[in-house]
Design a protein around this ligand. Structure first.
Ligand SMILES: [Zn+2]
Length: 232
């Protein structure tokens, strides 16, 4: 079996989405990529999470061709592939219809950075895409969903903003690994919930100061990071 450890990690990332309450039934999917092998491992389509095993994870090339696996890959595979092709540091992608993040996506509202929890993970607001055009929906819908994300990130750094809201749909998150992508999906849902509560309590609540935002993001990410323990 190809890529056993990647398959196991992708399985765990999918199960994490369920454990954290981000996924109902078979909504949602997580994948991981081996950049060395140029192969992607993704959840099969429509298989219940209780039955999922590493053997059932589908391995494909970056053009979507199945290399190993008897089941069909998640129908969102083409969206994952566009993210891998455009964001070269990305090692994993996670997609859910988690409730609060999806509510923001349906409202077509970016999530402002209202506090330091957000700033610890996202440098800037969590953006929302434009709507797909009717032509983009009719043909190659899942690929076009990926392209609408990647177009938005022509002006943004995907390493500093590890997730997005697809308008009228829901969140896609990514990270250095499938584990990190699932983690970011959990965090994004929490940020979406907190922002909703904040704006419910105070509808004129303002984003935190740029200095505070930068402080929190940059102490955890990038060359000057000092949060946590030194890695040997
Ligand atoms: Zn979806």
């Amino acid at each position: 079996m190809l890529l056993r450890s990647l398959r196991e990690e992708v399985l765990e990332a999918n199960l994490e989405l369920v454990r954290r309450g981000l996924v109902l039934y078979t909504f949602g999917n997580a994948s991981g990529i081996s950049r060395k092998d140029r192969l992607v491992a993704i959840k099969p389509s429509g298989v219940s999470y209780e039955e999922l095993s590493p053997e059932q994870i589908v391995v494909t090339k970056l053009d979507g061709e199945i290399v190993e696996g008897d089941l069909r890959p998640s129908s969102d595979l083409p969206t994952h592939l566009e993210i891998y092709k455009h964001f070269p540091d990305t090692g994993g992608v996670a997609h859910t219809h988690s409730e609060f993040a999806t509510a923001w996506a349906q409202a077509r509202r970016a999530i402002p950075c209202l506090g330091t929890t957000h700033a610890d993970y996202f440098h800037g607001e969590i953006p929302v895409t434009t709507d797909l055009t009717p032509a983009e929906i009719r043909a190659d819908y899942e690929m076009n969903t990926g392209l609408v994300i990647c177009r938005l990130f022509e002006q943004l750094d995907p390493n500093a903003v590890p997730g997005v809201l697809v308008a009228g749909h829901g969140p896609f998150c990514w990270g250095a690994t499938a584990t990190a992508a699932a983690h970011n999906a959990v965090i994004l849902e929490s940020l979406a919930r907190m922002a909703y509560y904040t704006l419910t309590l105070a509808k004129d609540a303002q984003p935190i100061a740029t200095e505070l935002h930068d402080k929190h993001f940059l102490r955890k990410h990038g060359p000057s990071a000092y949060y946590g323990q030194v890695k040997n």
